[in-house]
Ligand binder design. Structure first.
Ligand SMILES: [Zn+2]
Ligand SMILES: [Zn+2]
Length: 260
């Protein structure tokens, strides 16, 4: 079993901290872990967030607290040290980047020649709307429009050629909002773009762990079927933010992939 999306942000860049994730992987019979950091943790990426800061005081304050708190050089040094050690599980290192259409080249320039194992792109903002922070932020939102723009933005991410994978492909549903129209056409369009770009999609248990019961575990079965039909590789992931959450609901989420 793989857990391809695990945040290490709550601890220091030390081998002891990495050991905690490896131990959690062994305990949960996870044979590969993808450790990563959010793009906003590094100063290099902060210019991307100018428009969303202007869009919302909440996001501005959130980035004031969290933005640029870690050093990309220190992260890369840690990766170098970890690679010299032999672990009982495969340990990969990557980054989860917030997708902004105007910053595709910017991101690709930052990531070039850094030696990361993977870069996963995420739609965390829909036309500036940070939809996954608090359910009350949806008050007054036009759900149909947010859904349309979420999937249109996801297709752009898949087409841009910068990322290896797409994180949590239908996380837009996390607080239980549903559009008035069927999503099948968007699912097929997204699956086609991911296939053409050679990207994987995550079967991610994170929003379920955070937001159940408003959200079911993993992707909608109809989306899974569309991804499978287009030959898109699916990577299971917990979106853990601490060692204790490594592997949580991942086996269950994989079972749903088989059943879809
Ligand atoms: Zn994410
Ligand atoms: Zn994440």
């Amino acid at each position: 079993m793989t857990d391809g999306h695990i945040h290490i942000e709550r601890g220091p860049y030390t081998l002891d901290w990495i050991d905690r994730f490896v131990e959690a992987a062994v305990k949960t019979q996870t044979d590969e872990i993808g450790l990563l950091e959010h793009s906003y943790r590094f100063e290099e990426f902060l210019p991307m967030y100018t428009s969303v800061r202007a869009h919302s005081d909440y996001i501005d304050q959130w980035l004031h607290r969290k933005g640029g708190a870690a050093s990309l050089d220190a992260y890369l040094k840690l990766i170098g040290r970890v690679r010299e050690i032999s672990y009982p599980v495969s340990v990969k290192f990557g980054i989860e980047v917030c997708y902004f259409e105007d910053y595709e080249g910017f991101v690709s320039d930052i990531l070039r020649d850094r030696g990361l194992d993977f870069a996963v792109g995420s739609v965390h903002f829909v036309d500036g709307f940070a939809f996954d922070h608090k359910s009350e932020h949806w008050n007054g939102a036009d759900v149909d429009t947010v859904y349309r723009r979420f999937f249109e933005t996801s297709v752009k991410l898949a087409d841009c050629g910068v990322y290896d994978g797409l994180a949590h492909p239908d996380s837009i549903k996390l607080y239980g909002h549903r559009p008035s129209f069927p999503l099948k056409a968007y699912y097929d369009r997204l699956a086609k773009s991911l296939a053409e770009s050679g990207m994987y999609a995550e079967q991610n248990s994170g929003v379920y762990r955070r937001c159940a019961p408003t959200v079911a575990l993993g992707m909608d079965a109809e989306l899974i079927r569309s991804l499978k039909a287009h030959g898109v590789r699916l990577v299971s992931a917990s979106d853990a933010h601490c060692p204790e959450d490594v592997g949580t609901y991942v086996a269950e989420a994989l079972r749903l992939v088989e059943q879809a």
